[in-house]
Design a binder for this molecule. Structure first.
Ligand code: NI
Length: 274
């Protein structure tokens, strides 16, 4: 099968896949998926993501602590994350950010470790993957305050093919407005579209896809969460990214193959995978 898809955000390392990970990965190997970015959400899952990347050719890793788990962080864990970030096939710091919907960690704790991990990414000149739920203003403010969009950072990377800056910042499972997407892209960010774009009540995300230049879009599953139609209700898995790419193609008025190839190329460039 031709390899034309890149799932830019999956948690293959999740305990929910224990016992079926081999089968899951064999299925990926036989599918149109060329790459999967395996995303850590705390120190332990980041270790597992790095192990998965070492084991599976298609797999690359991002390491970081999710805002839910910010309360588990300390200086020693940050040093461990830094060590992991330097390992082979680790291509980004993430997912990191703020989640004011669940508030599983105190907001000041979330913000503190969000900043510390942004600083780590800037120091290592690595891409950043953002989780933002009901925290649009604080996420944007902190990214600006930490200098993610400064030329000092954007100059570390080649100009984006659209001629704009490239801040190597990925808004994972983007759920904001088209105005917010426009602001982010202008600053040099890239937008990742997940399964909810296939849902009936997806008007806002459809508008974001309409608004955003194809070269600034990636697709993802966020497996095992956010299963796209027509499999909504089941456990999500990376091969289902096809359905999100099909929806993006439909919105953009291009073929599935074109949308798959473009988002795959975008992701390879974003994560610097040759
Ligand atoms: Ni995630």
């Amino acid at each position: 099968m031709e390899k034309i898809l890149f799932d830019s955000h999956a948690h293959i390392n999740e305990e929910r896949f224990d016992g079926c990970r081999e089968e899951l990965c064999r299925e990926i190997g036989e599918s149109a998926l060329a790459y999967v970015m395996d995303i850590g959400f705390d120190l332990e899952s980041s270790v597992r993501a790095v192990e998965d990347a070492a084991k599976y050719d298609f797999c690359y890793a991002a390491v970081g602590c999710h805002p839910h788990d910010a309360k588990t962080m300390d200086d020693a864990a940050l040093i461990m994350l830094k060590g992991l970030a330097k390992k082979n096939k680790v291509k980004a710091i993430g997912e990191i950010g703020l989640d004011y919907y669940y508030d599983h960690s105190e907001r000041d704790v979330q913000q503190y470790w969000f900043r510390r991990q942004i600083q780590l990414a800037l120091q290592l000149k690595m891409p950043i993957i953002i989780h933002d739920r009901d925290a649009n203003d604080d996420v944007m403010r902190i990214l600006k305050e930490e200098g993610v969009f400064h030329t000092q950072r954007t100059d570390c990377f080649p100009r984006h093919p659209d001629g704009g800056p490239d801040a190597r910042l990925l808004l994972h499972c983007f759920s904001g407005s088209r105005e917010l997407a426009r602001q982010y892209v202008k600053l040099g960010a890239t937008i990742s579209i997940a399964g909810p774009v296939t849902f009936k009540k997806s008007r806002k995300t459809v508008e974001v896809v309409e608004e955003t230049e194809l070269s600034r879009l990636l697709v993802e599953t966020d497996s095992p969460y956010l299963t796209p139609e027509p499999y909504r209700g089941r456990t999500n898995k990376p091969v289902f990214v096809e359905h999100t790419a099909r929806k993006v193609a439909e919105i953009k008025g291009i073929s599935f193959e074109e949308a798959a190839a473009a988002t795959c190329e975008n992701a390879r460039r974003f994560f610097a995978i040759d």
